[in-house]
Each structure stands twice: as structure tokens, then as C-alpha cells.
Design a binder for this molecule. Sequence first.
Ligand code: NAP
Ligand code: MG
Length: 409
Amino acid sequence: MDRIGMRTPLVEMDGDEMTRILWALVKSELIEPFVDLKTEYYDLGLENRDATGDAVTREAAAAVKRLGVGVKCATITPNAQRVEEYSLKSMWPSPNGTIRAMLDGTVFRAPIPCAAVKPFIPGWKKPIIIARHAYADLYRDAEMRIEGPGLAEIAFTPEGGTETRREVYRFEGPGVLQGCYNKDSSIRSFARACFGFALSQKMDLWFSAKDTIMKTYDGLFKSVFAETYEKEFREKFEAAGIEYFYTLIDDAVARAVRSSGGFVWALKNYDGDVMSDMVATAFGSLAMMTSVLAGPGGVFEYEAAHGTVTRHYYRRLKGEKTSTNPIATIFAWTGAMRKRGEMDSLPRLQAFADALEKAVLGAVAAGEMTGDLAAMADASPRPPALDSESFIAAVRARLAAGLSAEGAL
Ligand code: NAP
Ligand code: MG
């Protein structure tokens, strides 16, 4: 059979637990039979991160920078319990945190549109895509426990210049202190990524922050967005019939809940962390959210938004079949292959990504789905819950039929 060829390898980052099992299945059943898959493989499974002193995570991030497109499986972020469970040498940092910091990117999280999943907010007819600035702020802070009375200040010494100081607080008793930062260059690339993404999706862009309180800090974000819009995007937005607007975060939350969806919502790092879980849950299923990290200079990393689905994995270890939904993992691969196809001018690879997504959504529409979706379906009787292997087999059958109908193979 004439499998679809590739030119540049994808950076493949393997992961942990149930998603590691799905990862291997998705590759062997849904991709490799049809695509002559080229990847540069990095094993980000917790055992290998421990064995390499986490160097493998940094090497993988560097490879994404070098090759342009990566696809990542969910990984365990170790806590005290995991350190014991895996006898770890250290409580290694979150791989996603490491990769985000190295790629200085923006994370776009979007629900996979699917009639079986009804949003908890009934007015949401169209997707809301969260764009999270994935650099610094609270995630690269300096913190201090204050033990007793004293003066807290922030100080900055310009290279070759003299120090400026500002009082934060004169403590009269114990408390806590935090300092954080961001950079013009990172904020500007965040703004550009958001405007560019909204334009490519033909969706309005909202940006929200709290510049009434953080006049300098959030004020900088607000003015960089305004400047980027005026200089580079206003004409393109007007031509596309879409809008950009800034509003305070509390106002944005109220508007988002009342909206019918259909916009990209740009948020600072912490706001994006919180709001992306709210939006994912309100859209009905964490298993139906994709995530792409876009870095400056056109680098992309695709993944499912959910974790390693530990509870299902433990059941699997006891020999039970599980009905874990592989859709977001499949869409991470299709996103990466489509982007690779676009960059390397490989229309067959792009068409394959479209065909695989169509096969997935077609299966669900025909009542072939995993338990999480079956539980939400309003059909009566409820469609039966397929285990992961049977669902993947159903998708494979549809994919093969779809591809041969299109004469793609
Ligand atoms: P999780 O893996 O997202 O799973 C939480 C629950 O959501 C599951 O128990 C399951 O509910 C449901 N669920 C999530 N994905 C599903 C899927 N594909 N199909 C069916 N149900 C699904 O979150 P967690 O249990 O809090 O975290 C587990 C591990 O993942 C942790 O070690 C954490 O560090 C890691 N994590 C990694 C990432 C990442 O790499 N991007 C993100 C988040 C968490 P039921 O059990 O009710 O069926
Ligand atoms: Mg979070």
C-alpha cells in the first residue's frame, strides 16, 4: 500500500499511564497503517524523566524549537505521593511548565465540536477558545515568608545605573511577600499570536486583565495589545469582519457567560490557567478539549488538555477493559500532522488529518463512543459504551472506508 509520505519528523513526546496506552494504540491503529510516520521520539514518561534527571524534557522542548512541530502525550506532574509511588530521585517540575517556559508561547485551548456533548451553559452555541499567555508572572515568581515586623521593598538596578526602590509594605507582624515579572518581548509575541490566531479562525478576539488595579503591570499588557492591533491587525480584522476589544476581567467573565461563544479569549498566565478549566468543564467534557502551544517564530506543540487518566489506568492494571476517550489524543496528532503538512507543503498529509477527524466525529455521530460521551448523549436508549480498543477499531474502519472512497490511498 502507498502510505502517505512525510518530509520533516514530528517531535513525539510520549507520556504516562492510561494516555501512554492510548498513544501507542492511536499510532499503531490509526496513523501508521496509512502514513509513513517520521518522528523524533522523546520518552517523557516519568521513569525516563527520573533516569535522565529531567534532561529529556528540555531536549524535547529544544527539538520542538528546532523542528517546528511537536505532539505530546499527557504526563504526570509529580507530587509527594508520586515521588513515593515511582521512587523518584526528585520531585521533577511539570513537563508542560518546562516546555512552556522554553518555548515562551501562548496556549490555545479549544473544545472539539461534537453534537453528543451539550455545554452546561446552554447559550454557548459556538466554541470559546482560551488563549493563555504561557510565560512568567506568578509561574516564575520570587516568594518570601515574612516572619515579623519590617519593611518590604522592590528594587531594580539598571545595568551601569543606580538603583530605584519602591515600598511594598511596612509589616507590623508576620505575612507573606511575592515578586513577579514579565517582558515586553514576550507580551508582544503573546499579542501577535492571539491576533494571528483569531484572524486565522475568523473569530473575534477579547483580551481581559485588571489594569484598574495593576496600572503599570496589566497596563503594559493592555497597551501592547492596543499598539499591536493598531499597527498590524486593524485593517486585516476589519476586512475579515471580526473585532478586537479589551475589557476588565470581571466584566469579561460576565459577558462570556451571557455570550453565544465564538470568540478567542486572551488571558494572562494565571487567569488563563483558571478560566481554561472553567470553560472546559462548562463545555461539557475535559476529554474533548485540545491544546496547542504556539511559540514565536512559528513553533507549535499539540496535546490533549486532560491528564493521564490515572483512575482508568489503575483499573487497567487490574486487567479490566476501560472506556477511556482517545479523541483529544487523536486530535493532538491530527493537529500536528496538519501543521507539518502545511509547513512542508504536503497536501496529502493535511487531507489525512482531515479524514481522521471526520472518521472520529462520524463514529460518535453514529452512536459509536466511549462511556464518558455515552453518558451525556440524549438518545434513548443510551448508546452502549465502547471500550477504548473497540472505539479505535470503529474509527479505523470509517477512516479506511473514507480514504478509499476519496481515492487517497
Ligand atoms: P485527568 O487525567 O484529566 O482525569 C480526571 C478525570 O477526568 C478522570 O478520572 C476521568 O473521570 C475524566 N477524564 C479525563 N480524561 C478522560 C478521557 N480521555 N476519557 C474519559 N474520562 C476522562 O486528571 P487527574 O486525574 O487530575 O490527573 C492525573 C494525572 O495527570 C496527574 O498525575 C497530573 O499530574 C497529570 N496531568 C497532566 C496533564 C498534562 O500532561 N497536560 C494535565 C493535567 C493533569 P472518571 O474517572 O470519572 O471517568
Ligand atoms: Mg490548570
